[in-house]
Design a protein around this ligand. Sequence first.
Ligand SMILES: *[C@@H]1O[C@H](CO)[C@@H](O)[C@H](O)[C@H]1NC(C)=O
Ligand SMILES: *[C@@H]1O[C@H](CO)[C@@H](O)[C@H](O)[C@H]1NC(C)=O
Ligand SMILES: *[C@@H]1O[C@H](CO)[C@@H](O)[C@H](O)[C@H]1NC(C)=O
Ligand SMILES: *[C@@H]1O[C@H](CO)[C@@H](O)[C@H](O)[C@H]1NC(C)=O
Ligand SMILES: *[C@@H]1O[C@H](CO)[C@@H](O)[C@H](O)[C@H]1NC(C)=O
Ligand SMILES: *[C@@H]1O[C@H](CO)[C@@H](O)[C@H](O)[C@H]1NC(C)=O
Ligand SMILES: *[C@@H]1O[C@H](CO)[C@@H](O)[C@H](O)[C@H]1NC(C)=O
Ligand SMILES: *[C@@H]1O[C@H](CO)[C@@H](O)[C@H](O)[C@H]1NC(C)=O
Ligand SMILES: *[C@@H]1O[C@H](CO)[C@@H](O)[C@H](O)[C@H]1NC(C)=O
Ligand SMILES: *[C@@H]1O[C@H](CO)[C@@H](O)[C@H](O)[C@H]1NC(C)=O
Length: 557
Amino acid sequence: MRVSAVSLAAVCLPVALALPQHSHTYDQPSGQGSDLSSTRSPWSRENNNNNGIHENYKFQGNKYANANNGNNPAAQQVAAQRAAAVKDAFQTAWTGYYQYAFPNDELLPVNNSFSNSRNGWGASAIDALTTATVMQIPEIVNEILAYVPNIDFSKSNQNEPVSLFETTIRYMGGLLAGYDLLKGPLDQLPNNTGNVDACLTQAKTLADHLSFAFSSPSGIPHNNLFFNDSSFDNSTTNGLATIGTLVLEWTRLSDLTGDPSYARLSQRAESYLLNPQPATSEPFPGLVGTNVNISNGMFTDAEGGWSGGDDSFYEYLLKMYVYDSSRFGHYLDRWILAADSTIAHLTSHPSSRPDLTFVAEYSGTNLLFRSGHLTCFDGGNFLLGGSVLNRTDYVDFGLALVNGCHDTYNSTLTGIGPETFSWNTTNLPANQTALYEAAGFYITDSQYILRPEVIESFYYAYRVTGDAKYQDWAWGAFQAIVANTRVGSGFSEISDVNAVGGGTKKNFQDSFLFAEVLKYSHLIHTQDDVWQVNHNGTNEFVFNTEAHPFKVAGPPV
Ligand SMILES: *[C@@H]1O[C@H](CO)[C@@H](O)[C@H](O)[C@H]1NC(C)=O
Ligand SMILES: *[C@@H]1O[C@H](CO)[C@@H](O)[C@H](O)[C@H]1NC(C)=O
Ligand SMILES: *[C@@H]1O[C@H](CO)[C@@H](O)[C@H](O)[C@H]1NC(C)=O
Ligand SMILES: *[C@@H]1O[C@H](CO)[C@@H](O)[C@H](O)[C@H]1NC(C)=O
Ligand SMILES: *[C@@H]1O[C@H](CO)[C@@H](O)[C@H](O)[C@H]1NC(C)=O
Ligand SMILES: *[C@@H]1O[C@H](CO)[C@@H](O)[C@H](O)[C@H]1NC(C)=O
Ligand SMILES: *[C@@H]1O[C@H](CO)[C@@H](O)[C@H](O)[C@H]1NC(C)=O
Ligand SMILES: *[C@@H]1O[C@H](CO)[C@@H](O)[C@H](O)[C@H]1NC(C)=O
Ligand SMILES: *[C@@H]1O[C@H](CO)[C@@H](O)[C@H](O)[C@H]1NC(C)=O
Ligand SMILES: *[C@@H]1O[C@H](CO)[C@@H](O)[C@H](O)[C@H]1NC(C)=O
């Protein structure tokens, strides 16, 4: 998943305290650095660098990349053993959650307790559904399915605000994708088809409870909703990602139910993002600001990038085209503008490691040399675009970004990358000079909260190139995660990726461990299947930002 830092900051304080695992802030003031010209260089100048593409695994255009270990039986056996180990980890996490937390939202693994940070509708269970499905574990699939009809989406636990964005990507996403898989290629798993039908009816019920969010004059939704009195928090703006990461789920719901109203709500909101006003909110073609005025749909700033708060808006521009190329060509046009501007203007190489490539953030046309774990989905998104469009430049750029994010993993003591990092030498702390010199970044937030984005991008890199190196990287990351986060009845957030053992265990296991980390870690080692990215050269499924695979509606691209 991608996160909106912005809308969370707008939530009232007690709520923000209840959701610490989702908020992240940047402590660096904005503005242009004096070191800008020395480290920023056009991507084209670096195209002759060795950015990690193995000679034997050139991108072959929009064709089958043979992401099946070259049909080599020995390599396939290694991959099968790794996939089995990931499946074991999933079973362990599920057993702990089911015993100590179900049907609450999350397991607190250190003391076998639970929490409800996602309104108490069983977030981990719904987020686990599509992973148990593609792992083909019928017992867990049926345990979750048996629960689906019992969820009461009319009330939020303790009247806490409901995030339109989080609820859409996790609950609606999990239910709709579960329905697509269990009515489709994995329809042998359910022992009760009525419970599969309930996935769709419950997704519709949920949308019916959420849809008052869009009742503003502009149609830009409020993000933080109170179900008990149909009110909103007092925020007058909503964020780019929280507005722009609804359209895939709400359009899928309309396509499955035949009721166009859900698609219409999400697409009307999206229209303001596709046609941004005022012009100054688009400092580079296709790259826009972050906050949008709920009353009139105008952007209120020109700051952004591919990081938390903005990220999945860009992700979904491309994924809408993958979902239905016949209906969403305009979304693709906007993605291409953003992608080309990113390569031309946001490409950044740390001064100590000019071989590495990161994407900078921006404030107007000033660049900010900072990034984070969330942002590391970007390599995977460029790879999906390059594969679908047969654009070698996007594939090469995507692989360079994947390489940079891998560097954030294999440069720390745990082998896991930090929540946020920087390569702005103005603020380089004295005790991180050695890290910066060796690795090209320094740590600005040292936590690891079980996020998926780096492994997610390894997955796309493998599916698009077929290069087994990315399987090895994903396996290394998975092993590091198990070694440092496994505790008690599950897996825990850790405080410090650059301390032996990961610092302290923070006693929280977010639902996206089930939905994303363990799914991508598994799929990268399993055989080609219809739900895989770049399945035999096209995409019959497209993954939402929480890694729930939706069946595409148009001819697969
Ligand atoms: C992809 O583009 C290359 C040129 O960059 C071309 O040679 C190849 O035929 C294209 N493949 C497909 C499937 O369109
Ligand atoms: C478990 O630990 C959390 C803090 O991580 C604490 O808030 C909670 O009260 C504990 N639960 C029990 C049952 O001890
Ligand atoms: C279906 O699976 C659930 C969960 O394992 C189980 O409780 C139920 O008895 C099963 N029903 C049938 C008809 O096998
Ligand atoms: C709804 O819940 C919120 C948050 O707990 C509370 O402040 C508000 O008073 C409640 N409204 C009603 C009508 O109960
Ligand atoms: C919104 O503002 C009003 C007036 O200041 C205040 O009474 C109310 O509690 C606020 N609502 C929320 C959800 O913060
Ligand atoms: C949003 O637009 C309205 C006019 O429709 C204006 O009164 C308000 O100040 C704007 N709010 C922000 C935060 O820009
Ligand atoms: C680097 O940090 C300084 C101090 O916070 C800031 O003024 C400058 O804009 C930053 N530059 C970049 C390129 O991030
Ligand atoms: C990091 O990965 C690179 C390969 O990309 C490898 O050469 C290097 O040894 C690794 N470093 C560590 C510390 O694992
Ligand atoms: C580095 O120094 C800062 C203070 O500037 C301190 O807070 C931090 O704990 C130090 N980190 C390490 C790894 O020693
Ligand atoms: C892969 O696609 C080609 C056409 O592009 C088709 O002939 C072939 O049967 C497909 N293979 C599988 C395994 O689906």
